[in-house]
Design a protein around this ligand. Structure first.
Ligand code: G6P
Ligand code: MG
Length: 222
């Protein structure tokens, strides 16, 4: 019998919707540089680290810049992003997130946060859910961008779980690929993912329970 010991949660798009603020800040930067990009293009930035996101956006705009200018733009974008999120609170949790984290703890399953964001820990603190996590892996601890599995492998290691004992909850394609590259089970959250990329898909964490998730995920693994 296969055993699931740990859940690893992405932050943006799973626990809270900060993706809209990333988009707003990157778009402001692009507009200042004289171009725009669509919400569909923005999907490709989900789960992708700050500098890698900037590279993609500059490519869309057909712009080449020296390294120090790129660094300045990334810092500026982050400053705007921090302004947009300064007032986030528990009201900004996505539906069912708090309840699911609580049920996970009650079921004796370990949880880790596995986010590419360097701002992940202060955000989780503001959302009032920091205490639910047994381990916190953010973009500072895991510099390799998803689809590299580093962020999730560090999470599994911190929880003393093998990859095959972990389920990763992700809203982005890069994140689902990262979890699969790490040999983990996957739950796709939200409606933006292509069908069937994850072992199990749900619109949000609302109406899910740890046992439903484990049963559904294990049905898909051989
Ligand atoms: C998350 C988001 C990405 C973001 C990345 C880095 O993975 O989905 O859109 O680019 O974090 O975020 P940061 O807060 O470090 O700029
Ligand atoms: Mg995400």
């Amino acid at each position: 019998m296969k055993e699931i010991k740990a859940f690893i949660f992405d932050l943006d798009g799973v626990i809270t919707d900060t993706a809209k603020y990333h988009y707003k800040a990157w778009r402001r930067m692009a507009n200042e540089l004289g171009f725009d990009f669509t919400e569909e293009e923005n999907e490709q930035l989900k789960g992708v680290g700050r500098m890698e996101s900037l590279e993609k956006i500059l490519q869309w705009g057909g712009i080449t810049l020296p390294e120090e200018e790129k660094k300045r733009l990334a810092d500026q974008k982050n400053q705007w992003y921090l302004e947009y999120i300064q007032d986030i609170s528990p009201n900004d949790l996505l539906p069912g997130a708090r309840e699911f984290l609580l049920a996970t703890r009650d079921a004796g399953i370990k949880s880790a946060l596995g986010s590419a964001s360097k701002n992940a820990i202060p955000i989780v603190e503001k959302l009032g859910v920091l205490h639910f996590f047994d381990a916190l892996i953010d973009g500072n601890k895991a510099p390799k961008s998803k689809p590299d599995p580093q962020v999730f492998l560090l999470g599994a290691e911190a929880l003393n779980a093998k990859p095959e004992e972990c389920i990763v909850f992700e809203d982005s394609l890069a994140g689902i690929q990262a979890a699969k590259n790490g040999g983990m089970h996957t739950v796709g959250i939200g409606y933006m993912l292509p069908p069937d990329v994850a072992d199990f898909h749900a619109g949000s964490l609302e109406f899910l329970t740890p046992s439903i998730v484990i049963t559904e995920v294990l049905k898909h693994s051989t």
